[in-house]
Design a protein around this ligand. Sequence first.
Ligand code: WQD
Length: 356
Amino acid sequence: MAASGDHGRLVLVTGGAGYVGSHCILELLNAGFDVVAVDNFANAMADDTGKLPESLKRVEALTDKKCTFYQVDMLDAAQLKNLFQKHSFFCIIHCAALKAVGESAAIPLAYYKNNVTGTLNLLEAANAAGVKRFVFSSSATVYGTPQYLPIDEKHPVGVGITNPYGRTKHMVEEILQDLQKSDDTWDIIILRYFNPVGSHESGRIGEDPQGPPNNLMPFVAQVAVGRLAELKVFGSDYDTPDGTGVRDYVHVVDLAKGHVAALKIFDKHFGLKIYNLGTGRGYSVLEMVSAFEKASGQPVKYQIVPRRGGDVATCYGDPSVAEKELGWKCQKNLDDMCRDLWRWQSQNPKGFSSGK
Ligand code: WQD
């Protein structure tokens, strides 16, 4: 039996307290969807009541709308079953995952268990409840070493993935393909993110890495705010214009809007669709550093060090299928990404624990 207040457009967002999840929820609420968010707090901070994620408390304040939250772990199948008994979901956006590439090599079992078994639990609960519209947060990492650029959705996947995290994303994609083939009543959307950066323009929500950041832009922002001493630039001898790695950085608000755009195709039955979410152009590490210095007015000290294992020289996507089929296109440029990230970082130097 559906809880009161539910209607045809109730979206379940897993990992809803996290960086991508919280930005998606903000856009969903603004677009008129109702949201149930779940998170296990593995990578998110609770508010002062200890019950709600601080990120979602801020999303509610920013949107002046409410979302329902439950602390649920994807490994707890009973809790998941319960969730589907309580609510009738229109669809699921599955963002919950462990995502630190380096850590995934150190503790692969935890990554396979959380990201693969956790997704299986979610799919089983959804299947049993007859909720068969599913959006999966995947990653351009499934393309491995690019064989050509820009990378389109037809590019081979699963070859040359250098870490367990990336393999979990690829495995889940395969599971979803098999599931949809076995039961044509499923509609599944796989979104392959390039490099999400930035924050909501209010600076109230953003990426809050626990411990030293693994990714470039949170690291750059923490150097600019004085929390870290200097950036290590991993290699300046790549075959790129300035020798440093080139990536397709996508503003997290554009990415979140991509999810909302994707939900529109659920109005018709389609089976399974895959979309790249990126800008279609790449910037080097040094270009990112100088854009951030300009946006923040702060120097970003850096040192060139040897390449990081597993990195590729250049990676950027072709987002034209998403544009054609979803009517989605990135609206924000590099200056917006840097300005909004700086707003978040300077207003919240220690992330969500900086104070409310
Ligand atoms: C970007 C560029 C680095 C840190 C990873 C995952 C991918 C996705 C996003 C998601 C590269 C350089 C970085 C630093 C540096 N994960 N760099 N100094 O490697 O493209 O993608 O994050 O959940 O699956 O693989 O992103 O931000 O780590 O690196 O010089 O301290 O910055 O070498 O060229 P990447 P990144």
